[in-house]
Design a protein around this ligand. Sequence first.
Ligand SMILES: Cc1ncc(COP(=O)(O)O)c(C=O)c1O
Length: 404
Amino acid sequence: MSSAKNNTRLRKNAGMSTRAIHAGEQRQRYADSITTPIVQTSTFAFPNTDEIEAYTSKGKERFEYGRYGNPTEQVAQRRLANLEGAEDCVLFGSGMSAVITTILSLIRSGDHIVITDDAYKKTLEFCTGYIQRFGVDCTIVPFGDYQAIDKAVRKSTRFIISESPTNPYLNIFDLNRLREIARRHKILTLIDSTFATPVNQRPLEFGVDLVIHSCTKYLGGHNDILAGAVLGRTKLISQIRDLHNAMGGVIDPHCCYLLLRGLKTFPLRMRAHNESGMKMARFLEGHPCVLRTYYPGLESHPHHAIARKQMSGYGGVVTFEIKGGLRAAKAFLNSLKLCYIAPSLGGVETLVTHPGLVSYYGRTRKERYALGIKDNLLRLAMGVEDCDDIIADVDQALRKSVKK
Ligand SMILES: Cc1ncc(COP(=O)(O)O)c(C=O)c1O
């Protein structure tokens, strides 16, 4: 079922926090509950055959079967659509399910797609290793090389897919330039905006066609769910929803409840992530044990000017190169007392990961270095603890990394 209808109770210009709490909901809910109930059911009963016919032939909006929609899911979809400024949204059981279902719903044999080279590893793997089985060709272009993107487009090109900010270097795609290229060639644009969230960047306002999120990250915000979303115009989203209904990688109602719960504090949390990210980036940039810090809010970041134009905050992820190589990186991680060593980002707990040891495990050192994944590279995903406590933990671990 479409999630296109927005909540009419809200003022048109209601603020982000108000929308994050109220958007998508009916004013009166089951048993006058303040929270959206978890409708834990796999199917929905018809009271009689007239109701079946009203639904099947007269277009009555109602629920039929869990794979095609659920009331808790519908509220979450409507809320996300409202926050992103989208006509419609479809939720998935994970971010990757959102990415892959979207790609599959848009391509046909003989098509060609363009992807930038520092897209999320699994997205890149799917585009370079799987879609060829369906007769679809893919060109990888260097991130930030707009001429290369322009040149890569063919008559058969269906869309350009990229991310902003990217992982782990937090590169920023100039969305105005993306729109210009795409409009000229009449192709679609897909942006994975997971690292930005609608608080910091809204790609649809720049003319992007589809926005993808791993809601596992900031939108859920508590390191306790897996979820994904695609947002955009109703026509495109319906096409994606049709395939999603068949593929069945649906999100369950309990997970939707947790997502809705997380969303209520999402703008508040983002404020804390943005502040802590900036503070940590400045701290690391001036630290004697750190070689280089990557954060789009820093003047030293190569895409700082673009970030300032199209983002209102820079998020909680800070990437840095530690002095001393793999030995120092391991010593740093093993000395942390408060931050967890874990992949992922956007939750309330601060997580630190070593992309070379975790996400790029199995690749040779040469392959990793070609992708910029060096032995001394660490990625810090700030939670919402008191920033000074995280800085103190990182500082003591950095100092130990030199000694060990
Ligand atoms: C930018 C980005 N997109 C997509 C995904 C996939 O999301 P999920 O883990 O929810 O499947 C991730 C996961 O880390 C990600 O970082």
